[in-house]
Design a protein around this ligand. Structure first.
Ligand code: FAD
Length: 458
């Protein structure tokens, strides 16, 4: 343990510091695949204010120690991973919803406020915060802001970036700044807020967030439509959109996903079908009745083999529970599950899914494919045993081929999970050279000594 650094941290945090090996272990991981050699952080600290964060950054600069912000640690891309001597800032003591302003349709929250709790609080005021990463029961708003997390509702409502209007950020030189003003419509100066949103904690530490809210939709209706082939399922997605409908969710589940969910969480899914679409419509009840009827007709014309429309909120939830259990179900197939995240133009979903199936057949890897078909954002969930060296090496080849395929189809490396340490080697293939050069310059401008979450993204 670095005793000098510890003594200086004590002056800021008193006893809110972890330093024993066994206490540090949980903070060396996130939900990305385990690295070969785990590096423990030197310390974990629990700030209660931006001022404490500022003092911590200055200490990190002085001692040349990395500083990594952490929310729930559910990042799939290794964004919270420790790569060198580091201090982890854990925001569990900054988890409050500070205010909800119904007239201005805004709320001010601390970074560790949990998205589900934000939603429960604003819904009491008949308001709505649409970003919905599937793990919203644990995901923090700070982590979601740093990654611009999306979710099933992104097709209609956009992702986290569309709902953050102002941030309090602590910069590498210890300055505490506001990136904007607490108003949703604002083009005064450069849009610093959008620069920090999605920057994966590499440019500064977010200590307060103003979010934009919208009125809560009055009702929702969920439909599950099964298809005998994938092409018809994706064609149905286009037919719905081209008929003028914008469902909140248009999610695709392949046969392996349906079978795996049903095997571990029997809920009546039809496993003899090749694909299913989960469609959620929301809005005023009268409109929903009309829209559901029309979408039912469109699905039939698109050759849906079976259509199940939930009749009440309980049935809506049953369908969603099945969809949300997909990740957990895949974990039962093999010791490890890796959720990947690629995005292509919607017109390229079929070649993407077929390509993923071919790659996995060739390399004998089990994959369950699901995703947000409305956005062209596909998540292959790979079931693996990473303790087997051959399997591990084999999966590296599968990954290389997956990202190459997505890029060849005009897509990109991530629709919502980010780059972190897991995908940085592919970044130069995905970005224009000039753009990448300027991104690196932005990192140097904000963090010249590379203190804040180093070794991520670039
Ligand atoms: C089962 C499961 C389902 C998921 N579903 C989705 C999904 O549907 N959509 C989706 O987009 N993602 C999804 N994810 C990925 C991830 O959970 C989300 O992106 C989530 O919003 C991250 O929040 P977190 O609190 O876990 O962040 P963390 O993992 O703790 O942090 C994520 C990144 O943000 C940085 N960070 C955290 N707090 C701050 C801060 N205060 N200031 C600056 N940087 C900060 C970290 O350094 C890290 O780089 C899923 C993950 C799991 C395990």
């Amino acid at each position: 343990m670095d005793k000098i650094l510890f003594a200086e941290l004590k002056k800021i945090y008193s006893n809110d510091i972890l330093f024993e090996k066994e206490d540090l272990y949980p903070y060396a991981y996130d939900t990305s695949p385990n690295p070969e050699n785990i590096i423990l952080p030197e310390f974990v600290v629990f700030p209660t204010s931006a001022e404490q964060v500022s003092k911590t950054i200055l200490l990190c600069k002085k001692h040349k120690v990395a500083l990594i912000a952490r929310g729930a640690g559910t990042c799939h891309c290794g964004g919270c991973r420790v790569k060198s001597k580091s201090i982890i800032l854990h925001f569990s003591k900054m988890d409050k919803i500070l205010e909800i302003n119904k007239e201005d349709l805004t709320a001010k929250v601390q970074p560790n406020a949990i998205i589900k709790k934000i939603n429960e609080a604003v819904e009491k005021e008949d308001l709505f915060f649409p970003p919905d990463p599937s793990n919203l029961a644990v995901s923090t708003i700070g982590g979601a802001a740093a990654l611009s997390s999306g979710g099933p509702r992104t097709f209609k409502y956009g992702s986290t970036k569309d709902y953050i209007i102002n941030l309090e950020v602590v910069l590498a030189d210890g300055k505490i700044i506001k990136t904007g003003t607490d108003i949703a419509k604002n083009v005064t100066g450069y849009n610093l807020t959008s620069l920090f949103v999605g920057s994966e904690g590499t440019l500064g530490i977010i200590t307060e967030i103003t979010i934009r809210l919208i009125p809560k939709p009055q009702a929702r209706k969920v439909t599950l439509a099964y298809f005998d082939n994938l092409i018809e399922a994706t064609q149905a997605v286009n037919n719905i959109i081209n008929s003028g409908f914008v469902p909140a969710t248009l999610d695709l589940l392949d046969k392996n996903t349906l079978t795996t969910i049903e095997k571990f969480n029997p809920c009546g899914l039809l496993c003899d079908k090749e694909a299913a679409l989960l469609i959620e419509l929301d809005g005023f009840l009268e409109n929903l009745n009309f829209e559901c009827k029309r979408i039912f007709e469109i699905l039939k014309k698109s050759n849906a083999a079976q259509i199940i429309q939930a009749q009440n909120e309980q049935e809506n939830e049953e369908i969603w529970r099945a969809r949300r259990s997909a990740f957990a179900a895949v974990t039962k197939l093999k010791p490890n599950v890796i959720t990947e995240d690629v995005v292509v133009p919607r017109s390229k979903i079929v070649p993407l899914v077929k390509g993923i199936e071919n790659i996995c057949n060739e390399h004998k890897v089990i994959v369950c494919i699901m995703g947000h078909a409305g956005d062209g954002n596909i998540h292959p969930n790979f079931a693996l045993d990473l303790s087997n060296e051959n399997e591990k090496e084999n999966f590296e080849i599968v990954k290389d081929k997956l990202f190459k395929l997505a890029l060849e189809l005009g897509g990109s490396l991530s629709g919502e999970h980010g780059i972190g340490s897991e995908k940085k080697k592919y970044l130069k293939d995905a970005l224009d050279n000039g753009a990448l050069e300027y991104m690196e310059k932005i990192k140097k401008l904000f963090d010249p000594e590379n203190i804040i979450n180093p070794d991520k993204m670039f």
